[in-house]
Design a protein around this ligand. Structure first.
Ligand code: ADP
Length: 150
């Protein structure tokens, strides 16, 4: 069983994140979305709210699970039996950071990182920009994924 962890803060989970998950599904049997608890980052939504929102979004998709974690992504991967880490790459700004973490995760745990380039229409969407818009009372529905209506 090929399992990937998709780790992140997801504060909030945007259409950019959703696009990476959807494009990752054909590559793996299972994707575990890991919502990281990072005490040093000030968050807008609580961990519980983030996990619930993402779970509701993928309620109809048995190949996607959502968990929270407060240790290293490689430790989560070990617990979940995952061999891969899935990440999205928006720009050269993301690149060096992702390369360093990927190298370290491979070295420490033999876990491969699979990077997907962001689709161009999502390249400028980040949780931090969405948080800022929310803080100033702007409508962000266009940037948040919505469950397809049955
Ligand atoms: P982190 O705090 O770990 O960077 P984020 O929630 O910001 O967590 O992002 C999680 C993952 O989703 C990262 O790999 C990030 O590059 C990717 N990502 C974020 N925004 C987008 C986007 N608009 N398009 C594609 N990937 C994205």
């Amino acid at each position: 069983m090929k399992t990937a962890i998709f780790p992140g803060s997801f504060d909030p989970f945007t259409i950019g994140h959703a696009s990476i998950v959807e494009r990752g599904l054909p590559l793996f049997d299972q994707i575990v979305i890991g919502v990281g608890i990072n005490e040093s980052k000030r968050s807008l939504y609580s961990i519980g709210e983030r996990v619930e929102a993402i779970r509701a979004l993928y309620a109809g998709e048995p190949r996607i699970r959502v968990v929270s974690y407060d240790d290293l992504t490689i430790d989560l991967a070990r617990r979940e039996g995952a061999q891969f880490i899935l990440r999205g790459l928006r720009s050269v700004k993301d690149f060096e950071y992702e390369r360093d973490i990927a190298n370290m995760n491979e070295r420490l745990a033999g876990i491969e990182t699979v990077l997907l380039f962001t689709e161009p229409q999502y390249a400028s969407i980040s949780s931090s920009v969405v948080r800022e818009l929310i803080a100033f009372g702007k409508d962000v529905t266009d940037f948040l994924p919505h469950r397809p209506q049955p």
